[in-house]
Design a protein around this ligand. Structure first.
Ligand code: 5GP
Ligand code: MN
Length: 342
């Protein structure tokens, strides 16, 4: 972040403001962790802060401190719109284009509030007055830590804020194993533990609260897994019928695509999940090495994200989506097969 921006934001936050904090639609651990961390920090500093999420999120995130104060735009629309209208400042976290907030897109783009972006995705739109955008960061949570530090307030990070930040770093780094995890990330995580984040308990809350049905759904996903070894690719499908059979709940498919990527010699993995209500196939893509799933998602599946983790969608059937995916692979032959060291 530029020094002059930090100075301006400091001046801006010197007096109490009405502040709304928004993450992307279908918020994940980084989205909820970062918005709540910022919420606690701003509230501590006498601001009227509110977190508004576009829609619901998985139950394994509903224990995070401050969860009870989160407002949902899709079910509390009027209240949320009044807050957005009255906001002096809107922080947009863990996304960088308004369309990523789904139905909140128009109310956000019409709002006169000053916008501050904190985000680590590629290709940001330029709606924000102050942009803290850094694709090298492991997570938006890591950036919120830096943001508070830049404002000279690292000492204000207490156990509550540390817990929120820890969640997003942990979930976005696959528990500190993705290549986005740096020594700095580990230094920050160490500091968060020193400040009171209970690492083992946080891990249990997020990863060890599975339902029996969620594991049965995972079993179905794994038996649907297909390998295309010539392109070092593996993919999984889940139809709406299969989701219904195992009483699918939001978050149940989180992380499933990583099983496809864990197979020996596979560097590109996809999961295709049918959503009959929205009339779409939701796609998650993961890769190892320099194969950019962000570019792949942008070019073919109306999506985006990071080099090694991206998402997208189609309005085709599940079968046609898979057929399209397979038909594209030959044009990526070189990119998928050039590096035998991974
Ligand atoms: P996931 O596969 O876990 O839903 O998302 C992986 C990454 O890609 C996340 O950083 C997420 O924000 C991004 N992403 C997922 N779906 C989309 C999409 O439809 N459009 C864009 N631009 N990014 C996406
Ligand atoms: Mn993130």
């Amino acid at each position: 972040m530029k020094n002059e921006d930090i100075k301006s934001i400091k001046e801006l936050l010197a007096t109490p403001k009405n502040i709304v904090i928004v993450p992307h639609k279908n918020p994940d651990g980084d989205a909820i962790g970062s918005t709540l961390a910022l919420y606690h920090y701003l509230s501590k500093n006498k601001h009227q802060a509110k977190v508004i999420v576009p829609n619901d999120y998985p139950s394994f995130l509903k224990w995070i401190p401050g969860n009870e104060h989160i407002l949902k735009y899709d079910s509390q629309t009027e209240e949320c719109e009044a807050l957005i209208q009255a906001a002096d400042i809107i922080f947009t976290l863990d996304f960088n284009a308004f369309h990523r907030t789904g139905d909140m897109e128009s109310v956000l783009s019409q709002s006169a509030a000053l916008k501050i972006m904190i985000d680590h995705h590629q290709a940001p739109d330029d709606y924000a007055t102050y942009m803290f955008s850094d694709v090298s960061m492991s997570s938006t949570c890591e950036m919120v830590y830096h943001f508070i530090d830049y404002l000279g307030d690292r000492s204000q990070i207490d156990a509550t804020i540390a817990t929120c930040i820890y969640v997003g770093i942990m979930t976005d780094t696959g528990s500190f194993r993705f290549s986005s995890t740096t020594s700095k990330t580990h230094q920050i995580v160490a500091d968060l533990i020193d400040k009171g984040a209970n690492n083992s308990q946080i891990h249990n809350h997020v990863y060890d609260t599975n339902s029996y049905e969620r594991l049965q759904l995972l079993g179905q996903a794994l038996s649907n897994l297909e390998i295309i070894s010539g392109y070092r690719t593996a993919y999984i499908t889940l139809s709406q019928d299969e989701l219904n059979r195992y009483n699918y709940k939001k978050g149940d498919t989180e992380g499933v695509v990583n099983y496809a990527l864990s197979i020996n010699n596979i560097i590109f993995a996809a999961i295709f999940i049918e959503d009959k209500k929205e009339g779409i196939i939701k796609i998650s893509l993961r890769s190892k090495g320099d194969f950019s799933v962000n570019e792949f998602a942008r070019a073919h599946f109306n999506g985006g994200g990071h080099t090694n983790a991206a998402g997208g969608r189609t309005e085709l059937s599940l079968e046609d989506t898979v057929e399209k995916f397979i038909s594209i692979l030959p044009s990526y032959n070189d990119a998928l097969n050039h590096d035998e060291t991974i």
